[in-house]
Design a protein around this ligand. Structure first.
Ligand code: NAD
Length: 475
């Protein structure tokens, strides 16, 4: 039995990350104690607070874990789920540390969790719980623009982030940087354009980059490019829906979508926006006119396809179903969707696994842009948009005069356009995901590492060691 397994031989979620960390540590020559420090959770805040729901007082269990203080603030989403537990929040916080390091976002990792089922609680009660949770964080100095900055995760979104900001501001009135205490806010409340779809778009950019590498595609017997690739996505929430939309728009074929209640399948491809509309209208993806129902939703993961994107929950690919997975590429949009045992089975089968600590880093990357926007108190593009348009107009005029040719008004519109906030955010995200992919790939090749996950961990650990060294903490 490995030291990462418990007495019954089962890996806890946190142990899974430790196991991945340990595999990477073999490629790094640094004192063991320093690696242990990087691995450990720096602070775990477990709380219980009462909230009146209807006529009853309910005791809510919640967490905020700050995994690493090597850079401040700490950063990470808040999960609203009945399955929340300390091990899960610690793991997700650790993943945030490595994720931020890989994509060069200067934060330590953190994560929050509130043990509730948001689907069975009214919006009014979710608001009460969110506001009380925020006050608890404020009381213990676990939130603030330079301390710890939450964001959305599974079961939470813009609405909850607005309540967090409003509660923070009411207790810290006069804090000129209060907007930067939380990210993932609506644009009308200091959010940044492009945050909502950022994680899904990052997943798309990361997989697209992999599909452009001939050597990698040949290794799994696929052609270069995304067009025509058959994709299955699990989870049609924030991450899964946006990823599905971008893949669909790029010419990939979404052959199956899986949700809690079941999955739908059409070999020729599903129209993602139509499925989403159907989901909104009926409350379920099942019985979509142009698809076959699959009652056992997990079975959708085992269908023949090129790329499988789990975008719902952790541990969905495990030792009991891994051998039946037929995808050539698995893109971990969710956090921790593959258990260590399943990881080994897939690796032996030659499947390329694009790891969560890289692939779903788009959300935190754009959260970083939102945090910077809030601290600078100015919208991206405000200072340069008009200037760029004027410069482009002058340049175009010169070219037209020299060439003695006029271009159409439509062409002019495209050429003259200065960058808006959404353009800058998306280009920053695209650049980040492309760079991250190649840094991991370069380490994988130069250190002869067998898979992308271990290479990604090596990259992250080296970056964290660098920042500790800069702080003068490590000799
Ligand atoms: P979400 O709550 O918006 O969506 C999750 C979706 O998964 C829901 O539609 C839910 O019905 C579905 N689902 C739940 N159980 C399922 C099951 N057994 N089978 C199929 N579908 C199921 O959450 P999200 O924000 O999209 O997050 C999804 C995953 O991505 C989580 O692991 C989260 O930690 C990770 N993630 C999210 C972000 C972000 O910016 N939102 C960033 C990084 C990582």
């Amino acid at each position: 039995m490995s030291k990462n397994q418990n007495k019954t031989g089962v890996y806890s979620f946190f142990n899974c990350i430790e196991k991945n960390f340990d595999k990477a540590a073999r490629f790094i020559s640094i004192e063991k104690g320093l690696l242990e420090q990087i691995k450990a959770c720096n602070a775990v805040y477990r709380m219980h607070f009462p909230v009146k729901i209807g006529k009853e007082i309910k005791v809510i269990e919640a967490y905020r874990v700050q995994h690493s203080h090597h850079k401040l603030p700490c950063k990470g989403g808040i999960r609203y789920s009945i399955k929340v537990n300390q091990d899960e929040v610690m793991t997700l916080a650790a993943l945030m540390t490595y994720k931020c390091a890989i994509v060069d976002v200067p934060f330590g990792g953190a994560k929050g969790g509130i043990k509730v089922d948001p689907q069975t609680i009214s919006a009014e009660n979710i608001e009460k719980i969110t506001r009380r949770y925020t006050s608890e964080l404020i009381k213990k100095n676990f939130i603030g623009p330079g301390i710890d900055v939450p964001a959305p995760d599974y079961g939470s979104g813009e609405r909850e982030m607005s309540w967090i900001f409003d509660t923070f501001l009411s207790l810290r009135s006069g804090d000129v940087d209060a907007l930067a205490c939380v990210t993932g806010k609506p644009v009308s409340q200091g959010g940044v354009r492009g945050r909502k779809e950022a994680t899904g778009l990052g997943v798309f950019y990361g997989i697209r980059e992999l599909c452009h590498v001939k050597e990698d595609m040949s290794s799994v017997g696929l052609d270069v490019g995304l067009v025509g690739k058959k994709i299955i996505i699990q989870g049609l929430g924030n991450v899964g829906y946006h990823a599905a939309t971008f893949f669909h728009e790029a010419g990939a074929i979404i052959i199956a979508l899986a949700e809690r209640e079941g999955a739908i399948y059409n070999e020729k491809g599903l129209n993602v926006s139509q499925v989403f509309l159907h989901l909104k209208n009926t409350g379920s993806i099942l019985n979509f006119s142009d698809a076959k129902n699959i009652e056992n939703t997990e079975k959708a993961l085992e269908l023949e396809c090129d790329i499988l994107i789990p975008a719902a929950l952790e541990n969905v690919i495990h030792k009991n179903n891994a051998s039946r997975i037929k995808a050539k590429i698995v893109g971990e949009a969710a956090n921790g969707p593959i258990t260590p045992e399943a990881d080994e089975i897939l690796e032996k089968k030659g499947v390329i696994i694009v790891p969560d600590i890289y692939l779903n880093a788009g959300g935190v990357t754009v959260s970083y842009f939102e945090w910077l926007k809030n601290l600078s108190h100015v919208r991206y593009g405000r200072m340069e948009k008009k200037f760029s348009e004027n410069m482009n107009a002058e340049l175009l005029q010169v070219i037209e005069t020299v060439c003695k040719k006029r271009i159409s008004t439509e062409e002019k519109k495209i050429i003259l356009r200065g960058a808006r906030e959404i353009d800058l955010v998306r280009s920053g995200l695209e650049d980040t995901m492309i760079n991250g992919f190649h840094k991991i790939r370069d380490i994988k090749k130069s250190s002869k590492i067998e898979n992308m996950r271990t290479a990604a961990f090596v990259l992250a650990i080296n970056k964290i060691i660098d920042s500790y060294e800069k702080l003068g903490i490590f000799p």
